[in-house]
Design a protein around this ligand. Structure first.
Ligand code: B16
Ligand code: MG
Length: 235
């Protein structure tokens, strides 16, 4: 599926948004939670190490942090719970003001255009965040950390979201900020918009710095091109 979309790609009918790093910036809070846990455990960790965990599930993040250090399942469960406790403290104050620039405008535009919208987030806190951000009415379906067993880069989460929208994968666009998420979108047979540096999301069909000032018609024009391929710098 990676690569060229044929000239008769189905019309785009839905957009699946990743949450952390796309609609809101909770990555910093995830980082602080993991850093505190790592410090308590005496495990070397820093911002750079955290960057490789972007978009990974809670368990995959912990495994990355442990980097082979032996821990029992019980210890791991406790560590994940502890980190999540810190994270929940950090996100307590989140409100609609924490939507990233351009996010609310794009969600409203999609509503007006009759395009269905889903959230495809690895987070088990996604529903809570969506409520706090005040965007529940602009979202038709939520697939989150409870929806599927295999997390990104497996395509399952996005396939689950498309199914909830009643759409075929090829009718969906995914907006992602993580390499693992772009990989998942391509594996699902969907068109992908990557937000951030090309070194991270360059495998996507379209790369943008952020959603600021982004209009739906611009995304549509680019992704509807007959010979759509991933961004040239990564080929
Ligand atoms: P939780 P996304 C992901 O959300 C985050 O990017 C990632 O850092 C986090 O580990 C993961 O959710 C799980 O989150 O601990 O809240 O279940 O980017 O897929 O929206
Ligand atoms: Mg993300």
């Amino acid at each position: 599926m990676e690569g060229i979309m044929s000239s008769n790609s189905p019309e785009i009918r839905g957009v699946i948004f990743d949450l952390d790093g796309v609609l809101t910036e909770t990555a910093e809070y995830h980082y602080r939670g993991w850093q505190r846990l790592a410090d308590e455990e005496g495990i070397p960790f820093d911002r750079q190490a955290n960057e490789a965990m972007r978009g990974l599930s809670r368990r995959d993040s912990l495994l990355h942090l442990l980097d082979g250090l032996p821990r029992t399942e019980e210890q791991m469960e406790e560590m994940m719970e502890r980190k999540n406790g810190y994270y929940l403290e950090f996100i307590k104050e989140i409100s609609s003001g924490d939507l990233l620039p351009g996010a609310a405008e794009l969600l409203h535009e999609l509503r007006s255009a009759g395009i269905k919208v889903a959230i495809g987030s690895a987070s088990k806190n996604a529903k809570d965040l969506i409520q706090r951000l005040g965007i529940a009415d602009l979202v038709d379906a939520i697939s989150d950390g409870y929806s599927v067993t295999r997390s990104k880069p497996a395509p399952d989460l996005f396939l689950h979201a498309a199914a909830q929208l009643g759409l075929a994968p090829a009718q969906c666009v995914v907006v992602e900020d993580a390499a693992s998420g772009v990989e998942a979108a391509l594996a699902a047979g969907m068109r992908a918009v990557g937000l951030g540096p090309a070194e991270r999301v360059g495998a996507a069909h379209m790369v943008l710095p952020s959603l600021a000032g982004v209009r739906w018609e611009d995304i549509l024009a680019k992704l509807s091109q007959p010979q759509l391929t991933p961004e040239p710098q990564m080929r």
